[in-house]
Design a protein around this ligand. Structure first.
Ligand SMILES: NC(=O)C1=CN([C@@H]2O[C@H](COP(=O)(O)OP(=O)(O)OC[C@H]3O[C@@H](n4cnc5c(N)ncnc54)[C@H](OP(=O)(O)O)[C@@H]3O)[C@@H](O)[C@H]2O)C=CC1
Ligand SMILES: O=C1OC[C@@H](O)[C@H](O)[C@H]1O
Length: 859
């Protein structure tokens, strides 16, 4: 059949269609406009033509064929033979609506796009059209806290791209067969980076992240397992193999792990908590980040996370600074706090608004004891974890601060471990066994940027503040004499000798246990007095009476002279065999007295007496003040710790490191004078040099090595007597070899300690250079100093030897050489000089196998 022209066919078709012609042309128009798909067109046209009307169908087909330019189907003309063949075009995979079509390819007028769209089924098109109506709103409400921080950080918040958080259905991990893939992680990182205007990170970042996820997951599971059953020690996770024991993971253990507590936020700030939780209308306080927080990278990171995270924090934790405490171990101090009320309730009782405390863990040497402790002293307080080792308390990420309540001689080790685990520390008195241990701890605390405080609760009690106000306002004048005593009858004849009060291994005796309290009053009344200008005592004298039971001090009396700027003395005493003195403290001034009631660790009243004129002693006015404490008075020191930690302080302004050191230095000195030596090995850090003020007239102030004192006597019950006269039992005799080794160890330890303060003649840099040259890496400055010292010693030995050689040489020469060397007016004086020559040096070095002579041919 030859093809007629398109117009002829159109006329023929219109005639044949008759009344149906307009409908036919309308359908064609719809198809060409792209309003209907090809399949729809076919169907509609068939209906219009009549499915069996062959004439109409043939005319229709002719029209469609004629509509195409037949020339378009002709093969392209054969190119001339000399034209190079075009390179085969690489096929680019394009989506149906992509690619050039010669028309407007950007707007919806693109024919390709049209063709692709009309290629969709009607239902699909309707769905796509409908998508517009469900499009997620990208409108962003202003969020004050975040926007302010973002503005300060110079962060430009971009519109969310992709699905906003929360728009995806949650993934049910239980139904997932596989963990997230590297691709998932990579996509996520790219999305987050793009949202924060950052370029896509290197692909290794995703791999690293994947590793971190795996490690974190393993850690979480391990922790969850250990929380599920605290008696299971999990060291690794078995992924395959036959399990004989099953550790079902409890939901609550996972909840604990995934609960975000402000304690884990940088500085535990409430502002961060608010960021994490987002808006909450119930809180009207404004939480503003401090400058340093805004600049802190951890905060910036947290602010970013805060935009997306949700966390479970109870309201009270959010509202206040949250301070979680791990307790080592059982402690009388905590009994009452925990048993009467929780620390939380106490807060309200004493109207403290800014801090809260929560005991989150108790560490003991056995889980059972820890559980008993919690049961006994904190019934009803939820979620306190009982640990069977102290190490678990150090490792618990929910613990901010560790309270150390073990016997004195263990404080050093416990506090050190806590600091090494990056925990803040509140350590019972006496802080350590000696001042050297404390110095070592304070150094570590500084290195680790952790808060450390001696638990000197008396200093923080409201009564103390009142006493200080009166003592320092000037009416009474400067203090002249302070008497303070803390004694308690510990019934030493009937308690076991292993009780910490009697056991020398645990630092037993009155001085370390009770001595801190008379000392704290000497500090409050004299050392802190403005007229003293922070001068340490210029002299300390001490006297000790030892019990024959174990050799620890049963009574100790000591006197501190404050004569740098004051003219005052503190006369202090303590005893483990007497009831407390009454009053416990008397501070005497020219214009009156302050009497403070016993017990002086938590006095409940004080009286101020005013004289009619300075020095008369005639009391014309007396004022009494009384105090009562909720929770026995320990909470004030806890508040201090919480505030200091919250404010990023490393020590308390009221009871800082210097004061704790002063106490320990005084105790060292009193023990030295009173010849109370702790058994070998108890003091973990030893030091020969005293650190008290450096004057030369007294044993206390001069730099003298600790006098060798006998070991503590071996307890001999047969010799026990009620008398307190000083009878030193014969020292226990250690085995000679052991004793020699112990002596050497001790000397070495002491020597190493001295290196802390010793600057060798060989500068560290020189030692560093030579160490580097031999490929020896060493961070320990003590070791470097030891090497410098060895080098120094070697040089001085060589010099001494060379000097001997020189003297032999000059003597042999009968002084001629020397006399000839010098002439002129000063020669007579120069005869006394010895001049070292290279020959002398070479001779000395030769003895060490070092040849310094130049080879013959150089001479
Ligand atoms: N501020 C204050 O008011 C008070 C302060 N303190 C101070 O607290 C500290 C502890 O005193 P206190 O509670 O009376 O002492 P305890 O003798 O009762 O010992 C406390 C706990 O330390 C643990 N401990 C660890 N190692 C040892 C060991 N080798 N021998 C004995 N106990 C050990 C034990 O707990 P576990 O077995 O569970 O591990 C023990 O229950 C002291 O430094 C003291 O000065 C004491 C009373 C009041
Ligand atoms: O700190 C203390 O205060 C009270 C004393 O009875 C106790 O032994 C001591 O450790």
């Amino acid at each position: 059949m030859s093809l007629s022209s398109t117009s002829t066919i159109k006329v023929q078709l219109s005639n044949a269609l008759g009344a149906k012609a307009p409908e036919y042309w309308h359908i064609l128009q719809q198809y060409l406009r792209g309003s209907i798909s090809r399949l729809e067109y076919d169907d509609m046209v068939k209906d219009c033509l009549g499915r069996d009307n062959n004439t109409l169908v043939q005319l229709h087909n002719s029209l469609i064929v004629s509509l195409f330019d037949t020339s378009a189907h002709l093969a392209p003309p054969t190119p001339p033979p000399d034209v190079p063949k075009p390179l085969p075009r690489k096929r680019k995979r394009l989506l149906p609506y992509q690619g050039e079509d010669g028309l407007d390819d950007v707007t919806l007028r693109s024919t390709r796009l049209k063709r692709w769209t009309v290629g969709l089924g009607r239902r699909e098109r309707e769905r796509v059209k409908g998508l517009e109506t469900v499009a997620l709103s990208t409108e962003r409400k202003p969020r004050k806290d975040r926007d302010e921080i973002a503005a300060e950080r110079g962060v430009q918040s971009l519109q969310e791209r992709g699905e906003p958080p929360g728009s995806r259905l949650p993934l049910h991990l239980a139904s997932m067969t596989r963990a997230p893939t590297l691709q998932h992680i990579s996509d996520r990182i790219n999305l987050i980076s793009a949202q924060h205007n950052l370029g896509a990170p290197h692909r290794l970042v995703s791999s690293l992240m994947m590793l971190a996820f795996e490690a974190k997951l393993k850690q979480l599971i391990t922790q969850a397992l250990s929380l599920t059953s605290s008696s299971h020690a999990i060291t690794s996770i078995q992924t395959s193999g036959k399990q004989t024991t099953h550790y079902p993971l409890s939901t609550s253990s996972f909840e604990t792990l995934f609960t975000l507590s402000p304690a884990t936020l940088p500085n535990g700030s409430a502002a961060a908590t608010r960021l994490a939780l987002g808006e909450n209308d119930t809180y009207d306080e404004e939480y503003l980040l401090k400058d340093r927080e805004v600049k802190d990278q951890r905060w910036q990171l947290f602010a970013l996370l805060g935009e997306r995270s949700t966390s479970a924090i109870t309201r009270w934790q959010m509202n206040k600074h949250f301070f979680s405490v791990g307790v080592l171990s059982r402690l009388v101090a905590l009994h009452e706090i925990l048993s009467r009320t929780s620390w939380l309730t106490q807060q309200r009782c004493r109207d403290v608004q800014d801090v809260l405390h929560k005991v989150v863990a108790v560490g003991s040497r056995s889980v059972q004891k820890a559980q008993d402790f919690i049961q006994e002293h904190a019934p009803g307080i939820q979620d306190i974890k009982p640990y069977g080792t102290y190490e678990e308390v150090y490792a618990d990420p929910n613990v901010d601060v560790i309270y150390i309540g073990t016997p004195h001689t263990l404080h050093y080790e416990n506090a050190r471990d806590a600091l090494l685990a990056n925990k803040h520390v509140l350590c019972e008195k006496a802080t350590t066994s000696n001042a050297a241990e404390l110095r070592d701890l304070l150094k570590l605390a500084k290195e680790r940027n952790r808060f450390f405080m001696e638990a000197m609760w008396t200093r923080f009690q409201p009564l103390t503040k009142e006493v200080k106000k009166i003592a320092e306002d000037g009416i009474l004048g400067d203090p002249v004499l302070l008497h303070a005593d803390l004694s308690g009858d510990f019934d030493i004849d009937n308690i076991p000798k292993t009780d910490r009060i009697l056991d020398p291994m645990l630092g037993g005796g009155a001085l370390l246990d009770l001595g801190p309290y008379p000392m704290v009053w000497a500090v409050i009344g004299l050392y802190e007095h403005p007229s003293n200008k922070n001068a340490r005592p210029s002299k300390v004298t001490g006297n000790i009476v030892k019990t024959k039971l174990t050799g620890v001090d049963s009574s100790t009396a000591f006197v501190l002279n404050f004569t740098e700027t004051l003219q005052a003395q503190a006369i202090l005493s303590c005893s483990i065999t007497l009831p407390p003195a009454s009053p416990g403290v008397i501070i005497r001034y020219r214009n009156g007295n302050i009497h403070i009631s016993s017990p002086i660790y938590r006095p409940k009243s004080f009286v101020v007496q005013y004289f009619d004129k300075p020095g008369s002693g005639v009391v014309v006015k007396e004022e009494k003040r009384a105090f009562n404490y909720v929770g026995n008075g320990w909470c004030y020191e806890a508040d201090e710790v919480a505030r200091c930690v919250r404010d990023g302080k490393l020590e308390s302004d009221l009871w800082g490191h210097e004061k704790s050191l002063l106490l320990m230095d005084v105790f060292d000195e009193v023990r030295r004078q009173g010849e109370y030596k702790l058994p070998d090995g108890v003091e973990k850090v030893l030091r020969c040099l005293r650190h008290i003020q450096n004057t030369s007239d007294t044993p206390f102030t001069s730099l003298i090595p600790a006098a060798p004192t006998p070991s503590l006597p071996t307890p001999d019950p047969s010799q026990a007597a009620g008398s307190s006269s000083q009878v030193t039992a014969p020292p226990a005799q250690p085995q000679p070899r052991q004793a020699e080794e112990a002596r050497k160890d001790k000397s070495l330890a002491e020597f190493l300690l001295m290196l802390d303060d010793y600057e060798p003649l060989v500068p560290n840099e020189v030692t560093d250079y030579f160490l580097q040259r031999v490929g020896f890496e060493c961070e320990d400055v003590r070791l470097k100093r030891l090497l410098s010292l060895a080098a120094q010693k070697f040089v001085s030995d060589i010099a001494a030897d060379a000097y001997q050689h020189a003297r032999i040489r000059t003597n042999a020469a009968g002084g001629r050489t020397r006399a000839n060397q010098f002439s002129g007016p000063s020669s007579a004086r120069d005869k006394t000089k010895t001049t070292l020559t290279m020959d002398d040096l070479s001779a000395a070095l030769a003895e060490y196998g070092i040849t310094s002579r130049k080879p013959e041919f150089y001479m």
